[in-house]
Design a protein around this ligand. Structure first.
Ligand SMILES: [Zn+2]
Length: 176
């Protein structure tokens, strides 16, 4: 996590540790730091080493990353969004082996390109936030809330659907 905060600072983004989250606008009191902490709630309820919760883990990583995408390098958006597309639109059962394969596709695509996948404005990247995760008290509730959260974030980036579906098709053609 420290690396990500370092990245933000190098990019000239001052991270606020008081008040609502500057990225997702969740009504927390310690900013994005509290959003990060809220994620731990999931690991208190779900054993992420258990394959039946892999999908929930990937969805939570993607939702968190896209909702707070200024904490990452610009090409991460392509990876997170394409993975969500493959899971939601193509019903791909994601596992750890597939992520490096998707990175291969993105790495090949980004050669000689400098595009930036413009995110929605702050506070417009899905209504649900990390604060809503705290309402889940059973594994089933966690699975459902994470799925809704990731779905909302995914749809908030819908202007990039054409690009993302083409990257997803490259993945499926090569590895599907
Ligand atoms: Zn946040």
């Amino acid at each position: 996590m420290q690396d990500l905060f370092d990245y933000a600072q190098k990019s000239g983004i001052e991270l606020k540790n008081v008040g609502r989250c500057q990225f997702c606008h969740s009504n927390v009191s310690k900013g994005v730091f509290e959003c990060e902490g809220n994620l731990n709630h999931l690991t208190q309820i779900l054993d992420f080493n258990n394959p039946i919760y892999y999908e929930t883990r990937f969805l939570s990583v993607d939702a968190m990353a896209l909702q707070h995408c200024e904490l990452h390098g610009p090409w991460n958006n392509h990876i997170h969004l394409t993975r969500l597309y493959l899971i939601f639109e193509k019903n791909i059962k994601w596992d750890y082996a597939k992520t490096p394969l998707l990175s291969n596709i993105i790495n090949a695509y980004k050669k000689d390109k400098t595009e930036f996948l413009t995110p929605p404005r702050f506070g417009e990247r899905g209504q649900l936030t990390t604060l809503d995760l705290l309402n889940a008290s059973t594994p089933e509730e966690c699975i459902n809330i994470v799925k809704s959260w990731a779905t909302e974030v995914y749809h908030s980036f819908s202007e990039h659907q054409t690009l993302i579906s083409s990257l997803a098709n490259s993945f499926l053609n090569r590895y599907g």
